[in-house]
Write a protein that binds this ligand. Sequence first.
Ligand SMILES: C[S@@+](CC[C@H](N)C(=O)[O-])C[C@H]1O[C@@H](n2cnc3c(N)ncnc32)[C@H](O)[C@@H]1O
Length: 301
Amino acid sequence: MGQDSNETKTKRKRGGRSKEKKSTEKVVTTEEHKKQQQQQGNGSNPSKKKKKSQEFCPFGNYKNYYGYRISNDMDEDPRLKVLKKEWFQGKDCLDIGCNSGVMTIHIAKKFGCRSILGVDIDSSLIEVARWRLRNFIRTQNQGEKKTAGADGSKEQSLSLSDGSSAETKDLFQVVSFQKENFVQTRNLDENRYDTILCLSVTKRVHLNWGDDGLISLFSKIWRLLNPGGIFVMEPQPWKSYEKNRRVSETTAMNYRNIVLRPEHFQNILLDKIGFRTVEDLTSSLSGVSKGFDRQVLAFQK
Ligand SMILES: C[S@@+](CC[C@H](N)C(=O)[O-])C[C@H]1O[C@@H](n2cnc3c(N)ncnc32)[C@H](O)[C@@H]1O
């Protein structure tokens, strides 16, 4: 099941199938969206508000994202197989929109990063990511092959398929998580990275902050990369925007005004932002879950 079908399911619970099909489908009001954005900002988490954030997920901040993305028969996230060790080994890395930290931790462990920082707009996901890191290190140190999640979800019982590249005891020094809205924050301005990941995040930035937000995202990534650095991007296709356009009035409005389409991103990054080369990793990507067969591109600064 893909993330979009998850969202559709939630909508059905709220409004039923017939309402969903009408073009007048209720959008989340600006007031509701603002409340939610405030929640993302101050980290407050009363249970009622939490329920709302789980229902709408305007930033793609799904709580069980990897439960949908990685099926039981997979030994690891298929994207890990197309990433190159040399982009990460001994390098300083940034994972934008890290969600609950599954990819961030696995990249650190598999490839032996010098450091990797995962940032996400959703403070509750950052808390889960920190919990996951502690749990991962504790269980690995106990010599267990599989980690059992506190909530029993399958996303937490994933283990790495290869041998260790980084000593698990060092992972505390290597991996960190920080709550940031990457589009707006200035907190990372002084940092520089060798490799930056932005996997399945562009659609949410685009819908919430429009074309300007997308260009800010790309420009900031460029600024934060060292010369020769790598930017790995997994953009969602345009057809998938439609399903998420009504999560707020802002997204509905931005959707109508978007001019830059995902199929233009490659040229924008090469011609306007200034990346030197691009490599399409998609042909070697196999075994992805239905709905997640997206392009993965690696740009070099
Ligand atoms: C669909 S998930 C992808 C998770 C992960 N990158 C992966 O592909 O495995 C998108 C994530 O991006 C985060 N996100 C969306 N907009 C963001 C922003 N402006 N700054 C930081 N994180 C953001 C969401 O909260 C969500 O966790």
